[in-house]
Each structure stands twice: as C-alpha cells, then as structure tokens.
Design a protein around this ligand. Structure first.
Ligand code: KG4
Ligand code: ZN
Length: 344
C-alpha cells in the first residue's frame, strides 16, 4: 500500500514513500547546523525550518520514489511526542493532503516508530521481542508481541540517554549533537581505565533507567580537575577528554545492555530490538553483539544506521501496519507534544 510518511517532531524535516516495509524514498533535511551554536534544539528555529523546507522535501521524496501524489493511498504522520510547533507542520500537511487527495490518514507515535524501525526493508526481527528505544527524548523498554502489540515495561526516571550524551558533550565543549562527537572522542581514548564514574543502581530487578547522575558526575569531575590545576580549563587536554568520553560511554551503554538482557530474561524472550538515535552508536552495537554471544541464544536486531535518527520511512511503514490492523485518524488529529505510548 503506497504510503507517504511525514516526520517533523524535532529538528529533522523528513518525507518518505514506503510500500509495506520497503522504502522507496526517504528524504531527511536537518536543521541541526542552525542549533549547534546554542548547544541544543531551539524549538522556534526548528519549527520555522519545517515550514520553509517541508514542500521541497515532499517533492524530492516523490521524485526519488518515481511516484506521484495521485499514487499515494495512505498518509502517515508523526503527531507526537515532540515539539508542538514542529509537529504542527507535519500534521497540517498530512491533513491537507488527506483532504485534497481523498486518502486516509493515520497519526503515528514517534517513540513507536523508532521501536519498529528495525523492520524496514529486509529487517526481520522475530516476535515476541524486547524493544529498547534510545533517543534524545526517550529511553524505554517494551515487551512486543505479534501484531504490533506492545507493553511499556520501564523508562528513564530523569534524562534520556541521548540527552545525557548531548549534555556531556556540552560540559566537555565538544559541540552538538553530542552522541557522534562523544563516540568519536571515546574511540580515541588511550587509557580506558583512567576515569572512574559511578554506576546507577536502582535495585537488582529494576528495569528503570537513570542518566542524570552520571552526567552530574562528569560535571563534577571536570570542575574538580579544573579547580585543582593552575591551568584551570586548559588542564582539560585532549587525552583526558577522550578518556572521560570513554568512561561515560562504557557506563551508560552497560546500563542499557544490562537492562535489555534482564528484561529478556524476565519475560523469557529470545529477541531484542533496538531503535532511536543512540542505536547508531557503533560501540553499542559491538557491546550488544558481544553480550548476545554469551547469552544462550538471544538475538539482537538494529535498524540500518540511516533509520536510527529521525526519519519518515519508519513513520510510513509503521503507519501502514497499524492501518491494516484497523487503526484510523481523522481530520481532528492534533499535534500532541506529550503523546504517550498506549499499551496494546
Ligand atoms: O532519535 P533521534 O534522532 O531524536 C529523538 O527522537 O530524540 O535521536 C537523537 C539523539 C541525540 O541525543 C544524539 O546525540 C543521539 O541521538 N545520537 C547518538 C549517536 N548519534 C545520534 N548517541 C550516541 N552515539 C551516536 N553515534
Ligand atoms: Zn526520534
């Protein structure tokens, strides 16, 4: 079923044409370069960017797929959670296309679209699985069974893991977004045991996450080093920054992996699926693969890297699956900044 996916929840303006789980085109235009100097996404700038570029992105997505608007049979759009001004552009476009083309429309939850992005193209995770969403706004575990049904098991009690990467990069003055720069810096670490950071402990059987403690630990570590040296901020040399990034990354990735495997064990599930921007992290993929090797048969699935960060292909593909299962939206669909995942 030829579906037009639309994603504008944060700083990526994206439109895709999908058919079942196959991606015919997926155009992503990011406003990240405009946010860099502020060290985080500025909602007003993101919203204006969507308004300015969405039609161009739509034209490109249709052009690359070789399809025309009249071929589209379903419109799927992210209607939350996200920045309200940003979401509004996508939702308004979806409504006007649905009305003018007389095709049905479906609102898709952004967190759920990350959860199922590993199914795109030839991705074949088996049900049931434990779904781990690791993005800039969310960190959560789900139990997922056949038919795109899911139950929220746990989430972060404070910061999302991507947010922690972004904040640590800011403390270390590495730029924005933090994930890729922290990963690059950690890879260059020559003394992986030099910096010790505390691990979060929320109880042996707890599946919840917490990342604000480790972010604060990095802040204090840097402050103490700077205070104790006559060089002040100059005492933070490249090697030390690499070692801090390595310690931070290893600690948070261990927390994600430990909880995902614990959930799999508790729910007697043999598959784990990871989605969201942080799933692009190569070290996370390596560590998951290593843990899977010694797990007694648990398999771990990731989306292709281009489908980890925000994109409309995951919205189109999930929208079609939900539509086929009877989900519907109408023209009263609204942008919901705090939209929650409903257990199904
Ligand atoms: O899923 P996403 O594009 O947007 C949200 O829904 O939030 O995720 C963006 C987040 C940012 O926090 C970014 O720093 C993080 O994903 N990220 C990474 C990597 N690439 C992006 N985190 C760790 N390692 C990466 N390679
Ligand atoms: Zn996202």
């Amino acid at each position: 079923m030829l579906t037009l996916g639309i994603e504008t929840s944060c700083d990526e303006t994206s439109v895709a044409v999908t058919d079942c789980r196959n991606v015919l085109s997926n155009i992503v235009s990011s406003s990240v370069h405009l946010h860099k100097r502020y060290g985080g996404v500025v909602p007003e700038i993101a919203s204006r960017f969507h308004v300015e570029y969405i039609l161009e992105v739509l034209d490109k997505a249709l052009g690359c797929s070789g399809k025309r608007l009249k071929d589209i049979k379903l419109i799927a759009v992210t209607n939350g959670p996200g920045l309200v001004g940003a979401l509004l552009t996508g939702v308004s476009l979806a409504k006007s296309l649905s009305l003018s083309l007389q095709v049905p429309m479906i609102g898709v939850n952004h967190v759920l679209s990350h959860l199922y992005s590993a199914f795109l193209n030839d991705g074949t995770p088996g049900f049931p699985f434990i779904g781990l969403v690791v993005s800039g706004g969310h960190t959560a575990l789900f139990y997922c069974r056949d038919g795109y049904k899911h139950k929220l098991l746990s989430q972060t009690l404070d910061d999302a893991v991507g947010e922690a990467f972004d904040k640590v990069a800011k403390i270390l003055k590495l730029g924005y977004p933090g994930g890729p720069v922290v990963e690059r810096s950690a890879k260059l670490s020559t003394n992986k045991d030099r910096v010790k950071l505390p691990k979060t402990f929320l109880g042996v059987h707890s599946l919840d996450f917490s990342f604000s403690g480790i972010k604060t630990a990095v802040l204090y570590y840097v402050r103490d080093i700077e205070k104790s040296s006559v060089l002040g901020p100059q005492s933070m040399d490249k090697e030390l920054i690499n070692d801090i990034c390595c310690a931070f990354q290893e600690t948070v990735l261990d927390e994600l992996i430990g909880k995902a495997f614990l959930a799999a064990e508790m729910h007697k599930v043999k598959n784990i699926v990871v989605g969201g921007g942080v799933a692009a992290n190569t070290r996370l993929r390596e560590k998951f693969a290593y843990a899977a090797k010694f797990s007694g048969g648990i398999k771990v699935y990731f989306p292709q890297k281009s489908y980890c960060v925000d994109n409309a292909a995951m919205v189109g593909a999930l929208g079609e699956e939900l539509y086929k299962r009877g989900h519907r939206s109408d023209l009263s669909l609204s942008a919901e900044p705090n939209l929650e995942v409903v257990n199904a």
